[in-house]
Design a protein around this ligand. Structure first.
Ligand SMILES: CC(C)(COP(=O)(O)OP(=O)(O)OC[C@H]1O[C@@H](n2cnc3c(N)ncnc32)[C@H](O)[C@@H]1OP(=O)(O)O)[C@@H](O)C(=O)NCCC(=O)NCCS
Length: 156
């Protein structure tokens, strides 16, 4: 989580993360109904390569924000992010009965945008010059979303 190539398109880069920060985060959220998060593990080896999180879930509107992080760079480009997004979408709609999921992606984060698109998410808005890149330049943030209705249509 302190590898700049990994965190450059996330706000994690603004602070150094220690093992104790991670332990505290785990204690705070590991049983949280409003912020469920999961390890992303390889099926064969069970190697833990990243995490995916929903939350906070807004039960009033039946929506949730989705974010993910694959820290193991050697695992990139194998479709794992796409699989993880598809799985958590299925769980959100079929089990939690949510109406809609959304996520925010730095415009430069081509891999993330592709993974969400392949999992069925649509670009709903482009927030112009919303955030800083590591270089100090500002960039756009894409908001992507997937409704349960669209998810059902594409799973049929
Ligand atoms: C972004 C991230 C989740 C993508 O994970 P991944 O497992 O590599 O994604 P996938 O393998 O499902 O790939 C999605 C697509 O992006 C492509 N891709 C992967 N890395 C890429 C890169 N560095 N540049 C351009 N495209 C890339 C893949 O080839 C694939 O496209 P394809 O299906 O046309 O071949 C992962 O790189 C990551 O966790 N990065 C750090 C944290 C982060 O940015 N999280 C997302 C915040 S919104």
């Amino acid at each position: 989580m302190n590898d700049i190539d990994v965190v450059k398109y996330t706000d994690i880069r603004f602070s150094k993360v220690t093992r104790s920060d991670l332990a505290n985060y785990w204690y705070k959220y590991h049983n949280s109904a409003d912020n469920p998060w999961f390890a992303i593990c390889l099926k064969d080896s069970q190697k833990h390569i990243g995490n995916i999180k929903l939350g906070p879930i807004n039960y009033l509107h039946s929506i949730a924000c989705l974010s993910l992080f694959i820290g193991d760079r050697n695992s990139w480009g194998n479709g794992y992010a796409t699989d993880a997004i598809r799985l958590i979408s299925e769980w959100s709609f079929a089990h939690l009965k949510l109406f809609k999921l959304h996520a925010y992606i730095y415009a430069e984060n081509v891999a993330s945008a592709k993974a969400f698109k392949k999992a069925g998410f649509l670009v709903e808005a482009i927030l112009k010059d919303e955030v800083y890149l590591s270089s100090g330049k500002r960039t756009d943030l894409l908001r992507v979303g997937l409704t349960c209705e669209r998810w059902l249509k594409q799973t049929k």
